[in-house]
Design a protein. Structure first.
Length: 239
């Protein structure tokens, strides 16, 4: 007999929406993200072929999320390149440069739970929280990239938020309903001081269509994850 489809989790979160104090990249941080769709992978959730059908990247990400849901262990398949290590090393300096230029405190955050979808969240590079506001009421975010010099120069000349990061930013808007803008920051200390930091603001209004599409996309993706789990459970009871 076929089992009933597994129900999505809809209970209210029993933990703070905004988690601070745990370093991003740590084992505890990975556990917080385990089994959840995260902003950095939102582009994979929305990755479909031009003629229809999902890409291999989307299918692989669904299997990864299912494996994490079933085991409770992070499936850490992230490739770590020299460019990525450079980016991590330079991110604190980029955050300080942004702070000094705009005169604001950039609060580091561990993880932000989606306010409605338990299996989703984001790890922004910084929260902008006005004086006197609670930690779960940021008005702006900072998303930092420290790319190769050639890429940084291209960002400056294009003077727009790069398309490849718009789904990530849309996911951060989804997880932070009080946020009205995100500053996309590209930082390269190898250049002359006046060229080292590129900042482009991206507003919730600009991202509105992507936010709506991504919300539907995450719900559909997670429904597929639970359908896969149901299929595995049915297989397990018939073998």
């Amino acid at each position: 007999m076929a089992t009933a489809p597994r129900k999505r989790k809809v209970a209210a979160l029993q933990r703070p929406k905004v988690i601070m104090g745990i370093p991003q990249g740590s084992e505890e941080w990975k556990l917080l993200r385990c089994g959840k769709v995260t902003a950095s992978r939102a582009a994979d959730v929305m990755d479909f072929k031009a003629k229809g059908g999902e890409t291999k990247e989307r299918a692989n990400y669904r299997t990864q999320i299912v494996s994490e849901m079933l085991t409770g262990s992070p499936a850490d398949y992230t490739f770590d390149s020299a460019d990525m290590r450079w980016g991590r090393e330079q991110e604190p300096f980029a955050r300080m440069a942004y702070r000094d230029k705009y005169g604001v405190v950039v609060h580091q955050v561990t993880f932000v739970h989606h306010p409605e979808i338990i299996e989703a969240g984001a790890s922004p590079d910084g929260l902008i929280i006005p004086m006197g506001y609670p930690d779960d009421h940021p008005v702006g975010l900072v998303e930092i990239k420290c790319p190769r010099t050639t890429t940084h120069i291209n960002y400056i000349l294009a003077n727009v938020v790069p398309d490849e990061y718009k789904w990530q930013l849309a996911a951060q808007f989804c997880c932070c309903p009080t946020v009205e803008w995100i500053d996309f920051v590209s930082f390269d200390p190898r250049l002359r001081p006046e060229m080292r930091m590129f900042v482009k603001r991206y507003t919730r209004e600009e991202a509105a269509a992507d936010i709506a599409a991504l919300t539907n996309g995450i719900n559909q993706f997670l429904a597929e994850c639970y359908s896969m789990i149901t299929a595995l459970e049915q297989w397990a009871t018939t073998t």
